[in-house]
Design a protein around this ligand. Structure first.
Ligand SMILES: C[S@@+](CC[C@H](N)C(=O)[O-])C[C@H]1O[C@@H](n2cnc3c(N)ncnc32)[C@H](O)[C@@H]1O
Length: 382
């Protein structure tokens, strides 16, 4: 797809010197990254940001390759090369065509965004401020949103917003263009859900993979807070769990979970329990080899049920929690104590001990999202 024509300086060098010249131009910071190099007979033309001073060119090329032939030429800017440059260019062109002064607006464009399938999610607060208000009241605004999505390689565009403090941990994203229905693959697991109704934490990628790497062959697992299957699906697809009981009370998450399970061909090993896990886990007492407790800021409300759901041979708990970095060691001790108190209260034939603590991500400047893997052990009588 052609994206826009710009005039640029081109430095032409013989093909046999192209690799070295590319390195040299790049090191000097001269190379444009939003335009492909051109070729012409046995020459390669490198797009440069400006015409380097003759003396600098001579010093740089001397003894390595012939002095490049310089010219200015109309070239096509490709959006896919450097997405940020493409977005900047797209917004710049849109504003220029409507005689809106651009520089401050362009400088305020975000350097990072998230992508869920075809949906581009820009950070909370993008396009805030008085300069953007004029733009946002423009009658042709929908075409700007469309072009931004396209410049970043997507078809839909939305703004992130803080996760709601409701029981569903609902996202509150603001859709600007297209749809919030997403479908994508993460580490060979397909997910499909409505990102407008269901939160997705990209930051938990390492944890999804770690849990997916466990060999769960033959295991019955309970995912107490299943969502759209962040952990349920990797445990079924990669871990090969015999059965995952997925507890979830948000209808939108359940719809995404069922759709995704079917996409991955694992629906026969998935049992969805619709509603509060306080009720559904009470029907799963003594059945599980493993319980996944993936709720933030704390999964404590389900600890007692989780201990009662493990079978008599015992097994594993994966306990998620937001904990202040400096308090992590104390939290581990306190958690294992609490779990053992519950286990003895319910006369379980084992006790629990910590096996591994995974630091998943920073939740806020001093608070970590951690996962404590806890294993049951049976004390020897000797
Ligand atoms: C934060 S999400 C899961 C996120 C995922 N574990 C991750 O880290 O990306 C937690 C899910 O638990 C569900 N949930 C919270 N409390 C619940 C309860 N008592 N019973 C069933 N589902 C619950 C919410 O609807 C939400 O889908």
């Amino acid at each position: 797809m052609s994206y826009g024509q710009v005039s640029t300086w081109l430095a032409w060098v013989p093909k046999e010197n192209a690799e070295l010249a590319h390195r040299v131009f790049k090191t000097n910071g001269w190379l444009r990254s939003d335009v492909h190099p051109l070729t012409k007979s046995n020459l390669v033309g490198f797009p440069l940001l400006h015409n380097p001073p003759q003396e600098a060119l001579e010093r740089t090329c001397k003894g390595r390759f012939p002095l490049p032939q310089m010219n200015i030429q109309e070239v096509t800017v490709h959006p896919s090369i450097v997405p940020h440059a493409s977005m900047r260019h797209a917004v710049g062109m849109w504003l220029k065509d409507r005689n809106i002064v651009t520089n401050e607006l362009l400088d305020s464009l975000p350097a990072k965004w998230e992508r869920l399938g075809e949906l581009i999610l820009l950070p909370y607060g993008t396009f805030d401020g008085t300069e953007w208000n004029e733009v946002k009241s423009h009658a042709e605004l929908p075409t700007l949103w469309h072009q931004i999505a396209e410049s970043l390689g997507g078809t839909s565009l939305a703004l992130q917003a803080p996760i709601a403090n409701d029981g569903y941990r609902s996202p509150q994203i603001e859709l600007l263009h297209g749809t919030t229905e997403v479908r994508f693959t993460d580490h060979n697991v397909a997910y499909a859900f409505d990102a407008g109704q269901v939160m997705w934490s990209s930051g938990n990628v390492t944890e999804r993979r770690r849990i997916g790497a466990l060999d769960l062959t033959g295991e019955v697992v309970i995912d107490a807070y299943a969502g759209v299957g962040y952990y349920t699906l990797p445990m079924l697809v990669h871990g090969k769990a015999a059965c995952v009981h997925a507890c979830e009370w948000n209808p939108a998450s359940i719809e995404g979970l069922r759709t995704s399970a079917a996409l991955n061909g694992v629906e026969s090993r998935l049992k969805v329990h619709d509603g509060d896990n306080a009720a559904s886990m009470a029907t799963l007492l003594g059945v599980a080899n493993r319980v996944h407790l993936g709720l933030l800021p704390s999964s404590e409300p389900a600890w007692e049920a989780a201990i009662r759901c493990l079978n008599d041979e015992g097994g594993w708990l994966h306990v998620h929690m937001n904990v202040e970095e400096k308090a992590i060691d104390d939290w581990v001790k306190a958690t294992v104590n609490s779990l053992n108190l519950i286990a003895s209260e319910w006369q379980r034939p084992w006790r629990l001990q910590p096996h591994h603590l995974e630091r998943v991500k920073w939740f806020s400047p001093r608070v970590r999202h951690v996962v404590l893997d806890v294993q049951t052990v049976v004390d020897s009588m000797n």
